[in-house]
Every structure is written in structure tokens, then in C-alpha cells.
Design a protein around this ligand. Structure first.
Ligand code: FAD
Length: 277
């Protein structure tokens, strides 16, 4: 369809040498879509700090744009300052700034309560050096008191200095379009990039969705459940659904798409080929 949509891909930092090699292969396959950047997630409380950094540096060394995620929950200002300085020293200039999910168990609260405070801190420490992405929630964050409060939070993140936002995934495009209208009415004028989650497996998708508040519409859930163990048919159907979602977004003028890859290239390559890449 429309080839000039900007693409980005999200990875998690692998735990093993084998996982790192698999991710290299995934990147090699996704490189042909000329992504604007690859981003790498960050475990709450800094649990993946070194692995995120190593993965990002490897991506950068391959000549791609690389964006580490930083989550601030349970972190001190000193820890975040060290991380920012390390990324600056390596000339990494794009970040995805998040609060992170509150870890269970006895963990210190840290110096930050919300992502807006992290964005404010990054700007205070490093000025305009970083392009800062933040998270946005078309179907609202599970802890949001009200939709209006969640929207106001996104505005706070923009006012604190965020340059753009990436959304939680969604399968209901109306939720995204209505959210965009509300953002516009609230004066949120930064780009809001749809996050796209391919469908690999219903059990995993249902688990993710119940935690992050992204709804799997009833018709979709029932159709996916109907496939049972027939993974090939489920993926073929999921491929059609997600390709259509991307086409609907593109047709509405969306200029960038961010794919949650789960470190796999196959389904996403098929989606991108389906939509004309
Ligand atoms: P915030 O923007 O701080 O919002 C969190 C909640 O607090 C919202 O409900 C908001 O409405 C509410 N809130 C904000 N300010 C206030 C206030 N002043 N008073 C009361 N309530 C308030 N998690 C990770 O751990 N690592 C990752 O790498 C990661 N990457 C992600 C990438 C994307 C694109 C997205 C969409 C999510 C990602 N997450 C990641 C998940 C994210 O960390 C969780 O959704 C987390 O629960 C919220 O993070 P946030 O940055 O949106 O938080």
C-alpha cells in the first residue's frame, strides 16, 4: 500500500548467547524494511540494565538507529543519571522513557513515581540531547483513575519534554481514532505512533492483554480460541487481522508504525509484505 510509513521494531534483551545470536538473525531479516530504529526494553528496577545496554550498542555498531527503554520505578536519580551519561558517551540519542510496571515483593520505591518525572529529570540533566518517546494508552492504562486523568498524564509527559509517544497495542482502531481526537482536543500535539502486536499465540496474547489493559475484542478472542492447537491457521488468521489493522491506520494518515516483535521476524515480515513493503 503506502511505502513511506516509518517503521520501528521493539526487542527484549536476550538472556543467553543463543538468544543474542537469534536476535542478530531477526535484525538481519528486518533490516530490509529500513527501520527508523530498533528499541530495546528495560526490566523494572534496572534488572536488564547491562543486557539492554549491550543489545543497544550492538544494534548501533551494526549501523542501525537504537533506542533503549529506561524505566524509572525503583531507581534512584544517581542510577538514572549514570545510565544517561553512559548512553550519551556512546552517542545514543533516542530513549523510550517509562515508569515501568511495579514489581511484586519488597522493592524500594525509588526516586520517581511517574514517567513524567523521569522525562523532566532527563531534560534537566541532558537538555535537548535525547529524543524522548513515552508510552500512550488508547484503551487507557489499567491504573488510570479515569480516561481524562490518563490523557492528562500524557499531556504532562509532553509538557515535561517528550517528543513523541508510542501506544500500547490495540486491535480496536476506533479506540485509537477516538483517543487521537481526544489528544488533539487536549492540546497533545506530539506524534503518537501506533504500537502493533502481531498475533503469535492466544494464551500469550491473553496473558499480556490482561496485564497491560489492551482489549482483545470478543469476536477476535473467540475466533482465535476456535483454532485451538492449530497454530498455523491461527497465525494465518492473525496475519490477516493485523495486516488489515495496519492498512486501516495507514489509510487514516498514520505515518509511523512501531512493531512489538517478541524478537521474531517471520510474522512481522509477512505483515509488512502484505501491506506492500
Ligand atoms: P506513567 O505515564 O507514569 O503512568 C502510569 C500510571 O500512573 C497511569 O495509570 C497514569 O494515568 C497514572 N499517573 C500518572 N501520573 C499520575 C499522577 N500524578 N497521579 C496519579 N496517577 C498518575 N515496561 C517496562 O518495564 N519496560 C519497558 O521497556 C517497557 N516498554 C514499554 C514500551 C511501550 C511503548 C509501552 C506502551 C509500555 C512499555 N512498558 C514497559 C510498560 C509500562 O512500563 C507500563 O505500562 C507501566 O505500568 C506504566 O508506564 P508509563 O511510563 O506509561 O507510566
Amino acid at each position: 500500500m503506502i511505502k513511506n510509513t516509518k517503521i520501528s521494531f521493539e526487542f527484549f534483551p536476550p538472556k543467553t548467547a543463543e538468544g543474542m545470536q537469534k536476535l542478530r538473525d531477526t535484525r538481519a531479516k528486518l533490516a530490509k524494511f529500513k527501520p527508523e530504529f530498533f528499541s530495546v526494553t528495560f526490566g523494572a528496577g534496572g534488572s536488564t540494565r547491562d543486557r539492554t545496554m549491550n543489545t543497544v550498542l550492538e544494534i548501533q555498531a551494526e549501523g542501525f538507529g537504537a533506542a533503549p527503554h529506561i524505566s524509572c520505578i525503583s531507581s534512584s536519580k544517581e542510577e538514572i543519571r549514570d545510565l544517561l551519561q553512559a548512553y550519551q558517551a556512546h552517542e545514543i540519542n533516542r530513549l523510550v522513557a517509562l515508569r515501568g510496571d511495579i514489581p511484586s515483593g519488597e522493592v524500594s520505591a525509588g526516586d520517581f513515581r511517574y514517567a513524567a518525572e523521569l522525562v523532566e529529570f532527563i531534560r534537566a540533566e541532558t537538555g535537548e540531547y535525547f529524543h524522548i518517546e513515552v508510552a500512550a494508552y488508547p484503551e487507557f492504562h489499567p491504573e488510570a483513575r479515569t480516561p481524562a486523568a490518563d490523557l492528562l498524564n500524557l499531556k504532562h509527559k509532553m509538557d515535561a519534554g517528550a517528543n513523541s509517544a508510542i501506544t500500547q497495542y490495540f486491535y480496536n482502531t476506533d479506540a485509537y481514532f477516538r483517543f487521537m481526537d481526544q489528544c488533539s482536543a487536549a492540546g497533545i500535539n506530539i506524534p503518537i505512533i501506533p504500537g502493533v502486536m502481531p498475533i503469535y499465540n492466544i494464551t500469550q496474547l491473553a496473558r499480556f492483554s490482561s496485564v497491560c489493559g489492551a482489549e482483545i475484542p470478543r469476536w477476535l478472542k473467540m475466533r482465535l480460541e476456535e483454532y485451538g492447537d492449530d497454530i498455523a491457521s491461527l497465525r494465518a488468521f492473525g496475519l490477516d487481522v493485523v495486516s488489515e489493522l495496519c492498512e486501516t491506520l495507514q489509510a487514516s494518515g498514520v505515518q509511523s508504525l512501531h512493531f512489538y516483535t517478541l524478537n521474531q521476524a517471520g510474522v512481522i515480515s509477512n505483515i509488512l509484505e502484505n501491506i506492500g513493503y
